[in-house]
Design a binder for this molecule. Structure first.
Ligand code: CA
Length: 278
């Protein structure tokens, strides 16, 4: 889940960013209205936290211009102005909710969750695939009833997979939703995190849920019996992979950051089959 915070007061912006990141969101900060509008136009955010009094362009103008462009991202207005008129003006401009400063972070978080639940990218309270269950309110994850402890980045990655079961997610998609917009898709950080996640979510379980789609990215799904049979050949016992570090050995070409899913459909290959050199 990606959140854009448009706030010119550095201290407040840092406070919100840190809190939301701890809650597992990916956060970008814009320090004025124009930058905020620009980022919201070029990027695909799940929610915008928008201050009203901003340099260069007011929060109300940002909100109005977004709606004029049919950008439907949920907007939570944040302002020291706690008057009914301002609240009405904000909602009239297409904002979805309003929070007066100062606020308790827990209230901001509750409103963020509520907006995400009713926004375009609805996050259900509970996400489930096979025996893997994710509670998006408590941020707890279990598989076959066993607790799985995830870091906030691993959690964000898993949530994005669980929101898109069966869909091949390219590295570009993963980086846009789980990392920030300055992220270098050609680095192997994504593979490293996928590995961490596999070690926690798949390694000790018979049915693997995270699969590599060679040349494209990754998909989370329950394999059909046929696909599983395909997975059983060579390299058995290799599923118990190293705990850390990328799987790509030196010299092995990196998976392309962007690629046509259609062109490579049917090439799904489990990680266990990849040649590993060490
Ligand atoms: Ca301000």
């Amino acid at each position: 889940m990606r959140v854009l915070v448009v706030e010119d007061e550095k201290k407040v912006a840092r406070f919100i960013k840190r809190g939301l990141e701890e809650a597992g969101y990916l956060v970008d900060v814009a320090a004025d209205g124009e930058e905020g509008l620009y980022l919201a136009e070029i990027d695909d955010y799940d929610l915008i936290v928008l201050d009203l009094i901003l340099p260069r362009k007011s929060g109300l103008d940002v909100c109005r211009e977004l709606r004029e462009q049919s950008i439907k991202v949920p907007v939570l207005i944040l302002s020291a102005r706690d008057s009914v008129e301002d609240k009405v003006a904000g909602l009239d401009m297409g904002a979805d909710d309003y929070l007066a400063k100062p606020f308790a972070f827990s209230e901001l978080l509750a409103r963020v969750r509520a907006l995400l639940r009713r926004g375009e990218t609805m996050v259900p309270v509970k996400l489930q695939l096979d025996d893997l269950v994710m509670d998006t309110v408590t941020h707890s994850v279990t598989r076959a009833g066993k607790d799985i402890k995830l870091t906030s980045k691993e959690y964000a990655l898993l949530e994005y997979f669980m929101m898109n079961p069966g869909k091949v997610l390219t590295r570009t998609m993963l980086s846009e939703h789980v990392w920030d917009y300055t992220f270098d898709t050609f680095s192997n950080v994504i593979d490293v995190y996928i590995n961490y996640l596999r070690n926690k979510v798949d390694r000790d379980f018979e049915r693997k849920l995270i699969h590599t789609v060679r040349g494209v990215g990754y998909v989370m799904k329950l394999q059909t019996a046929e696909e599983e049979a395909g997975e059983a050949r060579p390299l058995r016992g290799r599923e118990r992979v190293r705990d850390h570090g990328p799987r790509r050995r030196p010299g092995q070409p990196e998976v392309e950051a962007t690629g046509s899913v259609a062109a490579l459909a049917g090439e799904a290959m489990p990680e266990g089959e990849k040649p590993t050199g060490s």
